[in-house]
Design a protein. Structure first.
Lengths: 67, 135
């Protein structure tokens, strides 16, 4: 692999970073919600449950949209 | 590009992996059964775990639209979408059965969703996206 190809790959990797960083932030947020629900146990509020459900619906709709 | 994306995912995973491991250890959902019921709170935990995995697929889709993913990304996403569309149907059913405390059907749908996730994970892995395990 020559230097141009390496630089091209590095450029592509860097351009993909914002989406990956955003994914990392979002994963952390979802993990936080799981912990909240686990801590709440059977006492999880309807609002907490609705928030999780609404978020998954929105994310599934985005992923399932025609591409 | 797929390798680049996978490598970047790996780099991300070094930070995100700890989160995913925390996800795995924070909540052990185990196997659903009538004696281990799918309550609305537990169902929400399942959904949050699914949503965490979905974030990597969304990142892949967004990178694809931005033109920074591999040249096969549209085909790859089209191959994964039948699983996510089916998952939405099953999740809707799981919500209904959990809310109405219909544990027999909730367990059936829980197991269908688990199997579907395994299939989706395998298809995503072919595309170079490791969505990890459900908690």
């Amino acid at each position: 692999m020559n230097a141009d190809e390496i630089l091209k790959l590095v450029g592509l990797a860097v351009s993909a970073l914002p989406a990956l960083v955003e994914a990392g932030i979002n994963i952390a947020d979802r993990v936080s919600k799981i912990k909240e629900l686990a801590d709440a146990g059977a006492n999880a509020t309807p609002e907490q449950i609705k928030t999780v459900r609404d978020q998954l619906d929105a994310d599934l709709d985005e992923f399932d949209a025609p591409i | 590009m797929r390798k680049v994306f996978a490598a970047a995912c790996l780099a991300l995973a070094l930070g995100g992996c700890a989160q995913l491991q925390a996800l795995g250890t924070a909540v052990k959902l185990g196997t659903a059964s009538v004696s281990n019921p799918v309550t609305p709170a537990r169902e929400a935990q399942i959904e949050a775990g699914f949503d965490a995995a979905l974030q990597l697929l969304l990142a892949y889709r967004r990178a694809c639209i931005a033109g920074t993913a591999d040249v096969h990304c549209r085909d790859n996403i089209a191959k994964i979408q039948p699983y996510t569309k089916q998952a939405k149907v099953l999740i809707g059913q799981l919500r209904h059965f959990a809310d109405s405390n219909d544990q027999v059907n909730a367990v059936v749908v829980f197991n269908q969703l688990s199997a579907l996730y395994s299939d989706m994970k395998a298809t995503a892995a072919i595309a170079g996206v490791n969505v990890g395990e459900l908690p």
